[in-house]
Ligand binder design. Structure first.
Ligand code: SF4
Length: 455
């Protein structure tokens, strides 16, 4: 791998960034503040608070924890199975869980977003995908404008399946591409040819999906700037509406299968930086706007427009232009943000299933968001989405952090204005460090991520 000379961030700046450490590690509640044995009464009360506000809106996150095989880098809550009857029982459980929640909400709220993730949602067969969508429609108020989206594995996608999804109302699809180099694909146990990805992409376009996304990963074993550049060039040729570029960090605690990745074949920290810079440079040169920490969108895409207009939001589904008041999570290990409670369901499938079949809510962990926490979260989200920290957002909750952040102005990482700190183009590369993923609010959406998003 060649030595990378960053154009936007100098080696001195990188060293300073390393010194900085996670700015918010102490200020955002640590994961230890989550209650591991959440009293379901907490979730009941959170749902009741939502029920009392019928004009508030919902996002639904549905977790499908099944895959036909395990990718070696995967840190996701998923299970390898070929037992379709088990998946059918899981769908019955989702129906039961959605009934339990919608009864408590008294069926009054509009749903603005439905997102299917996993696992591999498109591992479900056609009958199961239809059934799942019908369950959601029966239990919740899906309106004509509801944004329906799904994550798909190109290896499990067919023209017929895309037609079905489109007919069911899905308008956004994201494909897991990761890296197209065959050597890297063998090293991560996920082989999918460029031709396959191109064909599936063309089918999705032909089917009429309004937004097509592609997920990439940098920091994989055997990955080089050359291999990743070829992947980026191929992706640019496809011209997806959105590209997400996540960083892999080997986390064997998330699954022993990751031991099959040889740590010695992983890029160094400097090489990871170089790979990410390749993504930034290639995608922005191709007309993509850099969104938040690690995503990119064509300027015709709603995300780019939302960022430009200052209305970009970030929730556990990812970046969005659709602001909703609550996120409901369904399925094993699903996460939610409901009535001031960050919650996570039982992660073990059969335990989750027995609870919902017994008529119990399945929330197992949670964190009650206090007003001060909410202000911190809003400030951090604002930094990620709008690349600035207004003084009034920081006042009283992030005063120390504001001062520390301002101290990086001489390094060219932030610009001090009278009423705010603005992240500079160079400073954007350390935005992730500022918004520590060790905080509770960054943990709850990490539970569904396939890998660590650290640079
Ligand atoms: S990376 Fe995605 S497809 Fe691969 S095992 Fe994990 S959840 Fe399944």
């Amino acid at each position: 791998m060649s030595t990378f000379a960053p154009t936007e961030v100098s080696p001195q700046q990188l060293a300073r960034i390393a010194e900085l450490g996670p700015l918010y590690a102490q200020s955002v509640n640590p994961a230890s503040s989550w209650i591991d044995s959440l009293d379901t009464g907490e979730y009941e009360r959170a749902l009741e608070r939502v029920a009392q506000q019928p004009d508030e809106t919902l996002s639904l996150y549905v977790h499908i924890p099944f895959c036909p095989g395990r990718c070696l880098y995967c840190a996701c809550n998923t299970t390898v199975t070929h037992d379709t009857a088990w998946i059918d029982r899981y769908l019955e459980g989702l129906d039961r869980e959605m009934a339990l929640v919608s009864e408590r909400l008294r069926g009054q709220h509009d749903v603005l977003q439905l997102h299917l993730a996993g696992g591999t949602p498109n591992y479900l067969n056609d009958a199961q995908l239809t059934r799942l969508t019908e369950i959601v429609e029966r239990r919740f108020r899906i309106i004509p404008d509801t944004d329906l989206s799904i994550e798909c594995d190109p290896r499990r996608t067919s023209a017929g399946q895309l037609d079905l999804l489109h007919a069911l109302g899905y308008r956004r699809v994201t494909f897991g591409v990761q890296e197209l180099d065959p050597l890297v694909q063998r090293a991560i146990g996920r082989v999918q040819s460029t031709e396959l990805v191109s064909d599936v992409y063309a089918m999705a376009r032909e089917t009429g999906f309004e937004a097509i996304g592609v997920d990439l990963i940098y920091g994989l074993p055997e990955q080089t700037e050359k291999s990743f550049q070829a992947t980026l060039d191929a992706v640019v040729d496809l011209a997806p509406d959105r590209v997400a570029c996540f960083g892999y960090t080997r986390t064997t605690a998330q699954g022993t299968h990751q031991y099959a990745i040889d740590a010695h074949r992983l890029p160094s920290a400097a090489e990871r930086q170089a790979l990410f810079h390749r993504a930034v440079n290639t995608l922005t040169a191709a007309g993509y706007a850099w969104i938040g920490l690690d995503s990119f969108a064509l300027d015709t895409d709603e995300l780019a427009m939302a960022q430009e207009e200052g209305r970009l939001r970030r929730n556990c589904i990812g970046y969005t232009s659709i602001a909703t008041d609550h996120m409901l999570g369904f399925g094993s290990g699903a996460i939610g943000d409901v009535g001031g409670l960050c919650m996570q369901n039982e992660a073990e499938i059969d335990t989750w299933l027995s609870r919902v079949q017994a008529g119990q809510l399945a929330a197992a962990r949670g964190h009650q968001v206090q007003d001060r926490d909410r202000r911190r979260r809003d400030a951090i989200e604002h930094m990620i989405c709008n690349l600035e920290l207004p003084a009034e957002l920081a006042a009283g909750c992030l005063d120390d952090e504001y001062a520390r952040l301002a101290s990086y102005a001489p390094d060219g990482l932030v610009q001090i204005e009278s009423d705010r700190l603005r992240i500079t183009p160079s400073g954007r590369y350390f935005l992730r460090t500022l918004c520590s993923e060790h905080g509770a609010y960054f943990e709850w959406d990490r539970s569904r991520w396939h890998f660590s998003r650290s640079l």
